[in-house]
Design a protein around this ligand. Structure first.
Ligand code: ZN
Ligand code: ZN
Ligand code: ZN
Length: 152
């Protein structure tokens, strides 16, 4: 990894390690929370609450429970929220000690999502910060286009 790059990895995390993180923060591993973590673990891309709900087995939680759980998991730094500009919050699992900062390339035809590792050099943010007298400048950015499959 380049010096000054944002720290982010897409390594698949183990479920026991995830539930252990919940436990360490004195949070109960409720059925829905464990189910949500397991679903997110199996999807390397951000999911909406509705997509998580659709993956959940019947009876293991309703949509309201998922909304509440996502809010809590986000506060705990276990998931990161992404916004693709369509009004639906998307969540992705965050590795421990990771700031989760990365970008996505989204197909506007089929909604296929590609994880993007490229990012602005930290220097750009430092320059913007210095120029405007800001501190702790960061950014959000998602890319959109047409995937190879949809070009056929
Ligand atoms: Zn991602
Ligand atoms: Zn596509
Ligand atoms: Zn970035």
């Amino acid at each position: 990894m380049k010096a000054g790059a944002h720290k982010h990895s897409h390594q698949k995390q183990e479920l026991p390690a995830l539930t252990d993180r919940l436990r360490r923060q004195s949070r109960k591993i409720t059925g829905p929370r464990a189910a949500i973590l397991e679903i997110l673990r199996q999807h390397p891309h951000p999911l909406t609450n509705r997509e998580i709900f659709a993956e959940m087995s019947k009876g293991s939680g309703d949509l309201a429970t998922i909304y509440r759980s996502m809010h809590l998991l986000e506060k705990m730094g276990m998931v990161k929220r992404f916004d693709f500009g369509d009004g639906a919050a998307r969540f992705e699992l965050m590795a421990e000690g990771d700031d989760g900062h990365h970008h996505h390339l989204v197909c506007t035809k089929c909604s296929e999502v590609v994880e993007i590792e490229e990012c602005f050099p930290k220097k750009t943010e430092e320059k913007i910060a210095a120029k405007n007298g800001f501190k702790a400048v960061t950014h959000r950015l998602e890319f959109f286009g047409i995937c190879p499959e949809c070009q056929r």
